[in-house]
Structure formats: C-alpha cells, structure tokens
Design a protein around this ligand. Sequence first.
Ligand code: PLP
Length: 358
Amino acid sequence: MNRIHNFSAGPAILPTEVLEATSKAVVEYQNFGMSVMEMSHRSKPIVAIFDEASSNLLKIMNLSSDNYSVLFLQGGASTQFAMVALNFLSNNADYINTGSWADKAIKEAKMVGNVNVAGSSKESNFNFIPKELKLSDDADYLHFTSNNTIFGTRFDNLPETKSPLICDMSSDFLSRELDYSKFDLIYAGAQKNVGPAGATLVVVKKSFLEEKGKSGLMTMMSYKTHHDKDSMFNTPPVLPVFIMNETFKWILNTGLKNIEETNIRKANKIYNLIDSSNGFYVGSVTDPIDRSLMNVTFNLKNEELNAKFIKEATANNLDGLKGHRSVGGIRASIYNACPETSVDALVSFMTKFMKENN
Ligand SMILES: *Cc1c(COP(=O)(O)O)cnc(C)c1O
C-alpha cells in the first residue's frame, strides 16, 4: 500500500500495524469463523477484548483498576460535554475557556448549573493558554481542554486546583507521560489519537463517581450505568474498541516515553522552521510554551498564499493541511501515529515553498 502523508485533524492517521490487524479481524477474528463485527458483544471473545483494552489503557496511564474505571461510550466528546455536567455539576463548576471545544462544553454545562469561567483567551481568538485563574472555593470540579485542536495550543502544565480535575483530552490523549492520577475524569473522542470515530473513552476515578456522581439521571446519561455494566448496558462500539486496543498494544510496545520524545522532536522540526523563516511562516500561538505538539497551526502572508501552499502540498502527497474552517490558515496534525518521515517531508516541502515564494 502506498500511504500518503496524512496530517488530518480527525479522523486521523492510525499506525499501519493497527490497520493490518483490523483488516484481518474484520474478515475473520482469530479462528472463530466470523468477523469481529459479527459476534455478540456478550460473547466471551468480545468481553475479553474489552477487558484487555481497559487493562492495557490503565497500564499505559499507570493507573490501577482498583481506583479507576474505563468506560467505552458513544456520542463523541460532544456528548461528554453534557454528561460531565449532568453527572457532577451540582452547584457550581470552574471552566477554562481555551477554544471552540471548551466553549461548547461551557454552553452545555450552563444548561445544568452555574459555571464560573475561571480563565479565557476568547478575546484574543484563543492564541494563548490563560495562566492566572480565578477559581471558585466551592467548585464541583474544574474542567479544561488539554489540547486545543483548532487553535494549536496546549497546557504544558496542568492547571492547579483544589477541586476535582476533569479534562477533555480528545486531541492529545496518550501523547505524553503525565501523572494521570491527578485527574478525576478524563474523556476523549477516539478519532484523534487512539482509534477510529465511533467510540469515546472515559477514565473516571471510582471514588469520585461513587461519592460525587448525581443520581436520578436518565439511564444512558449516567456514568454509573456504564460503570456498573462494564460498558455493556447497551450494544457498545465493538469494532472501534477492538481498534483502540490494537492502538494501546502499539503504544505499550513503543513505550509512552518514546512516543512523547518523538512527538516533541516532530513538533520542534516544524516550529524551528517557522521561527527561522523571517516571518514567511507565522505561528498562530503567541507564547512558545503554549504550542501544541499535536496540531501545529500557522499562516502565510495572505489567504492567497495559504491556498497556494495547500494546493501544492496536496500535489506533493501532503494531505489534510487546511486549517479548521472557523480559523483558516494551515494546520498540520501530527498525532502519535504520524511518522517522523511525514514531518520531514512536510519540512522539506515548507523549505522549498519558502524559497520559491519569498
Ligand atoms: C474533536 C474534538 C471534540 C469533538 O469530538 P466529537 O467526537 O466530534 O464529539 C471535542 N474536544 C476536542 C478537544 C476535540 O479535538
């Protein structure tokens, strides 16, 4: 197979090994005489996949299944905006507004309770991460977005709070070593960094769920339902969970530390070129410490040149570089599975394009 350089923001590139294992299992899973998609979710082999996925994930995150529960849900991170608030917003919650996704999470939470926006970069089109926060004393939780897929920022350090910490980690989940035990709940749509569209991961601290989870919710909206039934209250997204488990195995084999180091090296190659381009390429994030390692966003002199860049890049097998439709410009999404050779190809193209158009 001739794979082109894929910089799509999501659904995004997956490791080739994962695709190959999936393509086999889609036709026949092990020696069961049927596809992984054709088996009952309550059958032994499928329950085993779910158990393995959950234990592999906790292993990567260095968390214990005594303290944390993994839920495989549907409805995307967008449904989590509502579920987080429904399950945990009793009086008041702190939110940090660092982008369109955070903004949407805030909108949903406001339908449930009182929201204190503890920090925001909305006024400057989200080009930095707010460092000074005005936290409430009594917040049910602090919600933040660790990586802002559209604007190309990320939290280098976790926000400090006494409240439980909840994070939308959709676009940098498992991209770096972190003290994951600092979080009470993490959620992520799979399609950015760990799998295909169709599954949403939730990792929740059991004590937080048991002590703070609200009751009286509609069945499917309650985390407790999915926790009590091991994500099998209703038919779960079996194939996406299979694929995520293959990705987790790939991460365990590669090592999270190695993945993080490669991610840093990949991102720096592009940022270094931007910084040394004498303004030919202009990064959209003001403070280098806030720069995302997953989504590198930048602009050229004008929209005409942006368009020319994307057109020529596409002709050179560099795909998916158009910025989000709400902000324009260029965005290179270089998730875990994006090989360093693809970043090298992009950097050579950028160097050549600069010479030809300066
Ligand atoms: C893509 C994305 C979302 C939305 O995810 P869906 O699965 O499409 O609902 C939410 N938050 C972040 C940070 C994202 O990157």
